[in-house]
Write a protein of this length. Sequence first.
Length: 241
Amino acid sequence: MTPSPTTRASGSGNLRDHVYVALRHRLMSGEFSFRDRLGEERVAALLGVSRTPVREALTRLAGDGLVEKRQDGGYYPAEPDLAGLRDLYEIRVTLELRGLQRALESGAAHQAALLEPLRDDWRALRADPPTPDPAFVALDENFHITLSRASGNGELANMLDAVNARIRPVRMYDFLTADRIDLTITQHLDILEKVLAGEMEAGVRALRSHVGESMEVVERRAAQAITQMVLNRGRPPRSAT
C-alpha cells in the first residue's frame, strides 16, 4: 500500500506534529461539517496513522479553539466566531494605538531595549520567511504585545494578550499564504522603524492600517470556511468511535 503524505512525512519529523498540522488544515479549509464527530478511528484512517497522535492532535486543536468537545464526549469542528470579531478588533486596535498615543502625549520614547531585538528578529524573518502556517499567529501576537509593553504600560499589554486569546482561532486564517506572511513582516518592520525613530504619528497610521487589513482578510477567509462547512451539512453526518 502506498503510504499517505502524513505517513511519509513522519520519517523526517515528529508524527504528532504532522497529524496536528494535517488535521488543522482540513478543519480550516472547511472540509468537515459542524455535525461531523471527529472520532479517533475515522481520523486515523483518513490520515493513515494510529489513534494516539490523533488523540493528541485533537487535544491541541481544542486548545486552539478549532474543535470543541460536546456533551457526548466527542470532538467536533468549532464554528469560527465572526459575530463579535469586529468588536474585539476594535478593542484590540484601541489598546495598541493607546500605547503609541501616550508617547505622543508625554513625549516619552518607547523602550529601545525591547524594540531593537524585536526588529532584529523580524529582519531575520524578512531574510528567511517562514512557510505559511496558522501557527505564525504566535509570532504576530508576540510582536504586538512587545510593542505594547515597550510603551511603558504593562497593563495595556496584559489586556491586549487577553483580547488576542479570544480572537486567536479566527486570526489564524490570516497566515495561510506567502503573500500575507511577507506583507505582515514588511508592515511590522515599517511600524518598528517609525516608532524607534520617534515618528509616532506615522507609526499610529501604519499600525491602524496594518490591523485593519488583517481584519478584512480574516473575515473573508473565515467566512469562506464557514460557507464550506455549512454546505457539508447537506450530507449525512459522519462519525466514528
